[in-house]
Design a protein around this ligand. Structure first.
Ligand SMILES: C[S@@+](CC[C@H](N)C(=O)[O-])C[C@H]1O[C@@H](n2cnc3c(N)ncnc32)[C@H](O)[C@@H]1O
Length: 240
């Protein structure tokens, strides 16, 4: 997969792009991660990419001409005519979730556009395919949001994680029926008065599976009733 990120601060991605599984995906040729410096597309002596808002008001707005030239520059560097999905990171976008991560993981190329200041001139929106938000809060820039999207997507690419099963059976996955994952335990069997549930030490795989199904549903009911409401009546009863 080819991923381009248009940002005023490419240096923020230095460790992210070379560490852990993202770095390994790059080394293995599964991921091409290109960071395009928006400043190169700025205007005038200071390479400005922002200007005062028409109509007045505080703060600065990112110019559409610099952003769109930057997007095209990033695509040229990635060697694609146009990224399959051009994505604006904005608190006004659709909240990001695992379903979106799975959908984006099926794309051949993504371009993530990070805002700063008061955000983008409205006309930038004509040049992108979708707008993604990390949640109902406001960050200073889109870079952390872009890293979240890249991390959630790249770990789903075949060959990136050592144990493919770990992405089959985890919170929000189809095999958990979109619910939260069951509680996990490891050694020691007792820790400061808290014991591992005996069923997990029983060696009875059927009983373990049944316990996990029930725990997953109970936990989801308690913490995320919205997810349980989306289940079929059979799945909500833990029948399939
Ligand atoms: C200070 S914010 C601009 C907020 C904008 N004035 C508004 O009220 O919607 C600057 C940039 O940070 C990024 N950003 C902030 N919050 C975000 C969020 N929740 N999800 C994704 N990106 C976000 C966006 O790229 C945005 O353009």
């Amino acid at each position: 997969m080819k991923v381009g990120v248009l940002t005023l601060f490419p240096e923020l991605f230095a460790a992210f792009a070379t560490t852990s599984f993202v770095g390994r995906a790059v080394d293995a040729g599964i991921l091409t991660l290109h960071l395009e410096a928006l400043r190169s597309f700025g205007i005038g002596k200071h390479h400005s990419v922002d200007d005062t808002p028409y109509g007045g008001g505080s703060g600065m707005v990112m110019r559409p001409d610099c952003i769109v030239s930057g997007m095209e520059g990033a695509e040229q560097s990635l060697g694609v005519e146009r990224a399959e999905r051009r994505i604006l990171l904005t608190p006004q976008g659709v909240p990001f979730d695992q379903r979106a991560a799975r959908r984006l993981a099926a794309s051949s190329s993504l371009l993530l556009v990070c805002g700063r200041y008061e955000g983008f001139d409205e006309r930038v929106r004509y040049f992108v395919d979708e707008e993604i938000s990390l949640g109902d809060f406001v960050l200073t820039g889109g870079e952390v949001a872009a890293m979240c999207v890249v991390e959630a997507v790249v770990r789903l690419l075949p060959g990136v994680l050592g144990n493919a099963e770990s992405i089959q059976e985890e919170s929000f996955s189809p095999s958990c029926s979109g619910c939260l994952e069951y509680p996990q335990y490891t050694r020691p069997p007792a820790f400061r008065g808290h014991e591992v549930p005996p069923v997990l030490l029983s060696g009875d795989h059927g009983k373990v599976a049944e316990w996990r199904r029930t725990q997953s549903l109970d936990r989801t009911r308690e913490r995320r009733p919205d997810l349980v409401r989306a289940l079929s009546p059979e799945k909500a009863r833990g029948e399939s």
